[in-house]
Write a protein that binds this ligand. Structure first.
Ligand SMILES: [Zn+2]
Ligand SMILES: [Zn+2]
Ligand SMILES: [Zn+2]
Length: 256
């Protein structure tokens, strides 16, 4: 039996193996909800149990599927296609070794400009002076200066639980962020005293403000090109066992 949960513990589930190997999806919906790109394993309903659903919310992301997320911490947890007797869920939510493997990458043509689904990041492309970022449902949107630095991927347990896979974000000056709408935003206070901003309507990950006030934006939230690229991986000591990092970029065990 495998057990999984969101970061705040408001949603807990169990699944009985065998679990399907992991499929990574680079479509724009998965990129917005996770903040980078989403990954999922899957089981038939009869081998899946919700143990706690106190903060579970569903967003109808299309006429044929809905996405389950935690309204407490914003974790991207489930994908449920209509009319199918299976549920997909994030391997990043699972506690302990998954003993799964990455089976394939899909919708790779929709990947962000700052990374490639496999292999090294592509060359940087042109981006506007200010970029726009938004959640999947559109209730939260803001503009900010084009990223100055690179995008950092974080494989820590917290980022894995929240995104469902791992995160990718870039530093941004919060005083230069201009909000267009933020009616459904919530901030989850992480165990380390940071604040994670997400949309309570669709569950999209938008930004993180650490305990010292440094602000970073989830790269998957950006609409159109970012004009920058992935440049490092941190906390790889905590990475999931079901994927490998194959882009040739520096891998740090912790912060440095
Ligand atoms: Zn939660
Ligand atoms: Zn939203
Ligand atoms: Zn992290």
């Amino acid at each position: 039996m495998m057990r999984g949960s969101c970061l705040c513990g408001g949603v807990v589930f169990e699944a009985d193996p065998p679990l399907r190997d992991v499929i990574a999806c680079h479509c724009s919906q998965c990129r917005k909800t996770s903040g980078h790109y989403w990954a999922a394993t899957s089981v038939p309903h009869e081998r899946f149990r919700l143990i706690r659903d106190t903060t579970l919310a569903w967003y109808d992301s299309s006429p044929s599927a809905r996405r389950g997320f935690c309204r407490g911490c914003g974790a991207s947890l489930f994908w449920q296609p209509a009319g199918e007797a299976r549920i997909s869920f994030a391997p990043g939510a699972l506690d302990g070794p998954t003993e799964l493997a990455m089976a394939e990458h899909i919708f790779t043509e929709d990947a962000g400009d700052y990374y490639a689904p496999e292999g090294p990041p592509p060359s940087k492309v042109q981006a506007p002076e200010r970029v726009r970022a938004s959640c999947l449902c559109g209730a939260c949107a803001f503009t900010l200066p084009r990223p100055i630095g690179g995008v950092g991927a974080c494989h820590c347990n917290q980022c894995r639980k929240l995104s469902g896979h791992y995160t990718a974000s870039f530093d941004a000056p919060e005083d230069q962020v201009e909000w267009q709408s933020r009616t459904t935003i919530a901030e989850f206070v992480t165990p380390g005293g940071g604040q994670r901003g997400f949309c309570t309507s669709c569950g999209s990950s938008l930004y993180f403000r650490n305990a010292s006030g440094d602000f970073s934006v989830e790269a998957g939230a950006v609409d159109g090109p970012t004009g920058t690229s992935l440049d490092s991986h941190i906390f790889v000591a905590n990475k999931g066992d079901y994927y490998r990092i194959t882009d040739g970029l520096p891998q740090l065990q912790g912060w440095d």
